[in-house]
Every structure is written in C-alpha cells, then in structure tokens.
Ligand binder design. Sequence first.
Ligand SMILES: Cc1cc2nc3c(=O)[nH]c(=O)nc-3n(C[C@H](O)[C@H](O)[C@H](O)COP(=O)(O)OP(=O)(O)OC[C@H]3O[C@@H](n4cnc5c(N)ncnc54)[C@H](O)[C@@H]3O)c2cc1C
Length: 446
Amino acid sequence: MGARAGTPRHAGGFLNVIIVGGGIGGFTLALCLHRTGIGCRIYESAPEFQPLGVGINVLPHASRELARLGLEAALTHVAVLTREAAFFNRYGQLIYREPLGREAGYADPQYSIHRGELQRVLVDAAIERLGAECVHAGWKCVGVDQDDGGATAHFVDSATGVARPAQRADVVVACDGLHSVVRKSLHPAEGAQRYSGVNMWRGTTRWPAILTGASMIRAGWLATGKMVIYPIRDAIDGEGRQLVNWVAELETPRHDERDWSRRGRLDDFIGAFADWHFDWLDVPAFLRAADAILEFPMVDQDPLPWWSDRRITLLGDAAHPMYPRGSNGAGQAILDARCLADALGADADPIRALAAYEAKRLPFTAEVVRMNRSNPPDAILREVYERTGDRPFERIEDVISAADLAAMSERYKRVAGADRASLAAAAEREARMNETHHNDAQRGSQ
Ligand SMILES: Cc1cc2nc3c(=O)[nH]c(=O)nc-3n(C[C@H](O)[C@H](O)[C@H](O)COP(=O)(O)OP(=O)(O)OC[C@H]3O[C@@H](n4cnc5c(N)ncnc54)[C@H](O)[C@@H]3O)c2cc1C
C-alpha cells in the first residue's frame, strides 16, 4: 500500500479502533478514546509490559492532558516534579537558570519520570477502565490493509512467530514507535533513519540530591561532551537518595541502529568527562556509580508528507521520530492522542476524522522535528560554546545577556506548543467548549 486511495464514507454505528503498539502514545490514545466513548483494543508486541527505558520528561502541555485523564495523583506518586532548568559549560560555570513546571507559573507540572513508570500508570488505568480483555501483549503487527467497510491488522505471536487471528475495526492507529511496521508499509520508499552525528549513553545513578533536587541540568557541548542530568524518583532509600537519570552525548561517527535495550560501556565515553569535578557534582564519580548503561544513536527522520491512508493512520514516534533534545518525544505523542480522539469524537466519518487529525498535527510536529535539529533548548549551550571559544568566562553577562538566553528558551517552547500563553489559550478554549456542552445538555434535559 504505497499511496492514498479514495475516501469512502463510514456507514455509521459505534466506532471501534485497533491500536498497534502499547507504548506511551498507544495507551494515552486508548484512555482518550475511552473518555470520548469510543471502543478500542491495544495490541503490543512485547510479551509483557516491563518497565523498560530510563528517564523521560513530560512538559506541562502534555501533563495537562494526563491530568485530564485523571492520572495526576498516580504520576505525582512516582515522578519528580521538576522545578528548574540549569545550564552550565564544561567547567561547571552556570550559564542560565529558569523555573520549570508549576514553579514557572504553569497550571500543570513538569514530570521527570522513569519511562517504565509512566507506561505502568497508563497500562493500569487502561486495564481498569477498558477491561483486561482489551489489552493484548505478545501480538506483533506484521501488516495492515483496508477496504470500504473497515481496516484490518495482521499479527503473529511475538514469541513463536505463529500467525494470530487478524483483527478488524473501523480504524487502525499505528503507535508502534520508531521502527514502525505500519509506517514502512504506508511509505515503503522512505529512506533510512537520519543519524545526527551524536551518539548517546544513558543510565541511572542512585545519588544524593543535586542542586535543588528537582533540577534539569544540561552541561557542556556535543563537540567535547554534553551531559543531561535530572532526578526521576525521590527518596529511594533510607539515606534519602534519588534515582538520577543521565545522558552523555558525544559527536562521533561511531553508532549502531537505535535499539532501546542496547547495553553501553562506560569506557566508550567517560574520557570526555574525566575532568568534570564541579563543586555541585563530581561527574566521573557519579557516572562510575551508575546502575546500568544503555547506548543509542540520536536519530530522527524527515517529516512525512502524509500519515493517514483512509482508515489507517500513524501516531507518536511512528509518525514523527524526533531527536530527544527538547523533552518532546512522549509529549507530542500524548498531544497526538488527544487530538485524534477529539477528531474521531467530532466526526462520525472516521476517514474524515483521520484526515482532520493529520491536518492539525502533521505540520505542527514537523516543525518540532526541525526545531530539534536546529534550535532545541540546548542551543543555549552551543551559543556559549561558540562565543567563548570553549573557554571559561569571567562573567556570563559579558558573553550573552540573560534576555537573549530567555528568548532562545521561549522560542523553542512556542514551537512545541509548551509556552504559557499557548497553554492558557488552550485552557480557555476548552473551558468555553465545556460551558457550551453543559448549556446544551441543560437545554436538552429541560
Ligand atoms: C523499550 C523502550 C524504551 C524507551 N526508553 C526511552 C528512554 O529511556 N528515554 C526516552 O526519552 N524515550 C524512550 N523511549 C521512547 C519513548 O517512549 C517515545 O519516544 C515516546 O514516548 C513516544 O511514544 P510512542 O508511543 O510513539 O512510542 P513508544 O513509547 O516507543 O511505543 C511504541 C510501542 O510499540 C510497540 N511495538 C513496536 N513494534 C510493534 C509491532 N510491530 N506490533 C505491536 N507493537 C509494536 C513497542 O514495543 C512499544 O511498546 C523508549 C521506547 C521503548 C519502546
């Protein structure tokens, strides 16, 4: 199936959706559809839902959607509510600091969380609300097709490779992540993933609170070594240590294909950070104390020209893989899910609904993909690296003004839809819609 065909109309009746992939996007979509009154079933290739991955950030534009799904208490229990962003050069000198989440005046928090914990909160809620019979693990999608009356997903047992019964519904949504089988079938001629030239090593370390204990730290620059460090779980032992997530990023041609579970070796990157002994953190000691290290390349893909082929569409990483540089991978998948559920709830014709979802989300996420390549939040580090010639500074004000730094940060938030003004406008729109629904319902019951 290489190209879009015509657009026959939905025959009416209750909508039913098959979700391929039970990651962050897939389960958020299931919960949003359930809230909208649309039935769905989830098919995940992993044989069970294990807490895979390491740290992930959910910014207020996405945590707002999770709160709307009633998940705030469960998330607050297992996440750190991030309070600030702090940028340093590779000499440990502070470049810029700004509040994040509620500290920055947002109505909703920024969560720094283990990806596995976020997924567990979503899976538990889905099983409770949709019923366990709607959540299937060990189902690996191998293809999709459709006709005028519905769409079909084909599966094999992921352990044995034996075919499972094909599943049919009004719509199939591919939330099968970075290596999406469905994306490949919709766009067979698409090229390989694009390597950014930066390889990443990620891990977690049990460590006492660093800075505020809720700081998202970015330090150094990619040419000589960059670190991202943030806590994802509080008070994990009797000594009050935190589980701290870190990412070491280094420019190098050496890389393998992205595999979320590939083990990394400390010796391959620790040299770049050997002299990072700061008064706020001894980085080599911190890295040596890591529990486990994973390695993967920073890759993305050029934005697609289209996602939806009549009754089949893409969502999350399957639709728009992006560099993980702006804390937006999970967030944009969550926003896709809300938008798609709204579109399906607003139009009885699923083909039109999928097209409306694509029209809203594709241009927006394409812009985030591009911005993550050129000017993500860590561009602040690049700017100072270039202006100082990678040397220590006397006073940061002599290098770049606080206003210029704040403007760089704000520009990214605007593109990602994560700035306060966009969120306040969205909240106001929603309140108006709710009021209209409420008034309509009251008039209907009179
Ligand atoms: C194991 C794993 C670990 C990760 N770790 C991190 C991390 O540490 N930090 C980070 O920032 N991001 C991580 N990510 C990526 C992050 O979750 C996503 O970028 C983001 O949440 C967008 O969500 P998504 O639902 O589009 O994709 P994902 O959350 O990646 O979910 C995709 C899901 O589809 C399933 N799937 C794939 N192929 C098929 C198939 N053929 N049939 C059925 N199901 C299929 C996958 O098993 C997965 O559960 C990880 C992803 C995975 C799968």
